[in-house]
Design a protein around this ligand. Structure first.
Ligand SMILES: NC(=O)c1ccc[n+]([C@@H]2O[C@H](COP(=O)([O-])OP(=O)(O)OC[C@H]3O[C@@H](n4cnc5c(N)ncnc54)[C@H](OP(=O)(O)O)[C@@H]3O)[C@@H](O)[C@H]2O)c1
Length: 246
């Protein structure tokens, strides 16, 4: 019998792909998100297709005070959790963020502070249980600051470092922490953006994420070739990099 998995930001396209990969393996799911009607629709679809137990509950990344109670409810409803997938995110508007601090706060509140707040709760729960996993969806944008998306990149870079520290802390408790560094994926987040290339599909990405979990990897680039793209991007000397329009 597979353990239950909590998906945070379950209405995201990549979360749906990951939910299908988990459901195909027989994991019961608890879907967390803001849109209750959409969560109910996703749950109904997963139950029909995969005959698994699926429940849902509402959670807003920015409502930090409610995160502890949300996790308690998920644990109680599912009779315990084996793992957590952190999928919510907000790309934001980089140009607006230069002059509107509310936009900066939103990017940081969702991608970094909200993520850390919820993962703190999940980490303490899994550490006590001395087993399980955490999957954090980060981004290649966090590997090097670029003028086109450095607010989002700063938040995702912070998330990647946080996940790395968490992995180091939870290793002795046998809790696996997988950092997923995503390249371009065809979702609402990237729809209509200019200069996208080699865009991956959310269901392929979801399957790849769960394969990386099963292989007990610590960190994975999805699609795989982003590992080499980012190796090259990170190797460009700063005096040259600052002159590029990236
Ligand atoms: N797509 C890409 O190319 C790409 C690349 C790199 C990294 N990523 C990361 O991968 C993850 C999934 O991305 P995606 O492209 O699948 O996203 P998406 O389809 O655009 O969905 C974004 C998700 O974030 C949720 N969300 C936004 N603000 C929230 C808040 N305050 N509280 C709770 N949930 C909130 C949305 O919920 P609602 O439905 O309620 O709005 C939605 O479920 C994100 O962390 C993203 O940063 C994506």
């Amino acid at each position: 019998m597979r353990g239950a998995v909590l998906i945070l930001g379950a209405t995201s396209a990549i979360a749906r792909g990951t939910a299908v990969a988990l459901a195909r393996r027989g994991h019961p799911l608890y879907l967390g998100g803001r849109d209750e009607a959409e969560l109910a629709r996703i749950a109904a679809d997963l139950i029909i297709r995969y005959q698994i137990k699926v429940h849902w509950g509402t959670v807003d990344a920015g409502n930090y005070a409610a995160h502890g109670l949300f996790l308690e409810q998920a644990v109680e409803t599912m009779g315990g959790l084996e793992g957590v997938v952190l999928a919510f995110g907000y790309l934001g508007d980089t140009v607006a963020a230069r002059t509107e601090f509310e936009e900066v706060k939103k990017i940081m509140a969702i991608n970094l502070i909200g993520a850390v707040s919820l993962l703190n709760e999940c980490a303490n729960y899994l550490e006590n249980k001395r087993s399980g996993f955490i999957i954090g969806l980060s981004s290649v944008a966090g590997d090097r600051g670029r003028q086109s998306n450095y607010y989002y990149g700063a938040a995702k870079g912070g998330l990647s470092i946080f996940l790395q520290g968490l992995r180091n802390r939870l290793f002795v408790s046998r809790v696996q922490v997988l950092t997923v560094k995503l390249g371009f994926v065809d979702t609402g987040m990237t729809f209509g953006l200019p200069r996208l290339f080699w865009v991956a599909l959310p269901y392929t990405v979801g399957e790849r994420i769960i394969i990386a979990l099963e292989q007990r990897q610590d960190r994975v680039y999805v699609p795989w070739f982003w590992r080499y793209i980012m190796f090259i991007i990170c190797a460009i000397p700063e005096f040259l990099f600052k002159r590029l329009k990236l």
